[in-house]
Design a binder for this molecule. Structure first.
Ligand code: 6PG
Length: 466
């Protein structure tokens, strides 16, 4: 008997996806490399430890036997770390693959790497699908959000597996949708992570504001829990759980070092934002907040050097919630505008509403807001100019301003809330100050400028001195 699909790599995500496939009735081959004394019989032991794999899985640590165990065209999910490891396993597999076999990279690969890999594989009549997968270990096991891309005809061979194991939305539709050609799936996953960074940072900022008001962890948890009523999201819910978690008599959160790490997708998103020309300011703000947090020694030294206000903040919880709501709308608006911009540049034709829909369940940024956004993006490609978002931004703008002003007066850093507000103020100024930038550029570099009220849009240059 041949297996329908293979999973290569028995790390956390590979193990969970294998079990998910088996539970959905597929016969699966699982493989983990053999490294003497370090990784031995990993797949076999994993199979033995999970009853659902007993009948449904075949376990290998020999790559040739693994490949030969698969039905043709072979479909292999690559579950290895993004980066050189993906190229290395592709190299290991290459001698064993035959025309039309399909590799599916379900890790957090850079979308440009995916574009390159699709091209290399195509030259050998092999197919490569780059797929974003979100939901962490638990999501992979019970139903992640899946964002596949590459050649559509190759996707058709694997859609039934991915759709079966994906989370289901509120209409019981799979949170898996073909995103487009090339690396669009990994691109969309990268922006998912960027939005995730900003959503996490916003919650950290709200937490810091409430802490500065001397609220206890328990009371912050209660406040966040109230917000769940109309701002429900996975990240807000886990923050409630985190705030309440104790280790002995202490709150675990208070024991955790305040240095945020990252695995690189936020950095990639930020570089892509810079390359794209899209003013998506909140993702970079969230990334740099993480970088700043890692400068613990300098922060401690600077705290002793510079004075801080003694007053305690006082911001009404309702106002803070409105500011949080305002900034989340801007964050999602920026994220989806960025997807649209890069999709247009690459002619990917990414369906924004479908992206939002497959992010309503299974993934880290699933939320009630995302459900409403999916509805809007079905008819429009922008949140800023469409209801209910216009009205919500107008209604929450003043509270956001008050929160930002209070935090500035109290020297409390809130880079994401501020970025959201500045973006909003910037985007709604029809006549701004960039005329001075253009004049300066022309002054020192003869870069030219265009004039208001000149429909020909011709370029002007002035000799500014003398
Ligand atoms: C997901 C997560 C997942 C992972 C991030 C963490 O969607 O399941 O985004 O991909 O948790 O890569 O990223 P950082 O380590 O950079 O925070």
């Amino acid at each position: 008997m041949k297996a329908e699909i293979g999973v290569l790599g028995m790390g956390v995500m590979g193990r969970s996806l294998s079990r998910n496939l088996a539970r959905n009735g597929f016969v699966v081959s699982i493989y983990n490399r053999h490294v003497d004394g370090v990784e031995e019989n990993v797949a076999r032991d994993f199979k033995a430890a999970h009853p659902e794999l007993a009948e449904a899985a075949m376990a290998y640590d020999d790559i040739s036997a693994f490949v030969q165990s698969l039905a043709i065209p072979r479909k292999i999910l690559l579950m290895v770390n993004a980066g050189p490891a993906v190229d290395a396993v592709m190299e290991d597999l290459s001698a064993h693959l035959e025309e039309n076999d399909i590799l599916i990279d379900a890790g957090n690969s850079h979308y440009q790497d995916t574009i390159r890999r699709i091209k290399t594989m195509k030259e050998r009549n092999l197919h490569f699908i780059g797929s974003g997968v979100s939901g962490g270990e638990k999501g992979a096991l019970i139903g992640p959000s899946i964002m596949p891309s590459g050649e559509y005809k190759a996707y058709q061979h694997i859609s039934r597996y991915l759709e079966a194991i994906a989370a289901k939305d509120s209409n019981n539709q799979p949170c898996c949708a073909y995103i487009g050609e090339q690396g669009s799936g990994h691109f969309v996953k990268m922006i998912h992570n960027g939005i995730e960074y900003a959503e996490m940072q916003l919650l950290a900022e709200c937490y810091s504001i409430l802490k500065a008001q001397k609220e206890s962890n328990e009371s912050i948890a209660n406040i966040f829990e109230q917000w769940m009523e109309d701002q429900g999201s996975y990240l807000l819910q886990i923050s409630v759980d985190i705030l309440r978690k104790k280790e002995g008599d202490a709150y675990l959160l208070d024991l955790i070092l305040d240095k945020a790490a990252n695995k690189g997708t936020g950095k990639w998103a930020t570089s892509t934002i810079a390359d794209s020309g899209e003013p998506a300011t909140m993702i970079p703000a969230a990334l740099f907040a993480r970088y700043l947090s890692s400068f613990k020694d300098q922060r401690t030294k600077a705290e002793a050097l510079f004075s801080s206000p003694k007053e305690y903040l006082s911001i009404l919880n309702d106002k803070l919630k409105e500011a949080y709501q305002f900034a989340r709308i801007i964050n999602h608006h920026q994220g989806f505008s960025l997807i649209k911009n890069v999709s247009d540049q690459n002619a990917w034709q990414v369906n924004l509403s479908e992206v939002a829909r497959i992010w309503t369940a299974g993934c880290i940024i699933k939320s009630d807001l995302m459900k409403d956004i999916s509805v809007t993006l079905n008819q429009a490609d922008n949140l800023l100019f469409n209801e209910p978002w216009c009205s919500q931004l107008s209604a929450t703008h003043s509270a956001t301003q008050q929160v930002v002003i209070k935090c500035m007066e109290n020297q409390l850093p809130i880079p994401c809330l501020t970025a959201a507000l500045n973006y909003f103020h910037g985007i709604k100024i029809g006549d701004g100050s960039a005329n001075l930038i253009q004049a300066q550029r022309d002054y020192f570099g003869a870069h030219t400028y265009k004039k208001k009220n000149d429909p020909s849009e011709r370029s002007y240059h002035t000799v500014w001195e003398g």
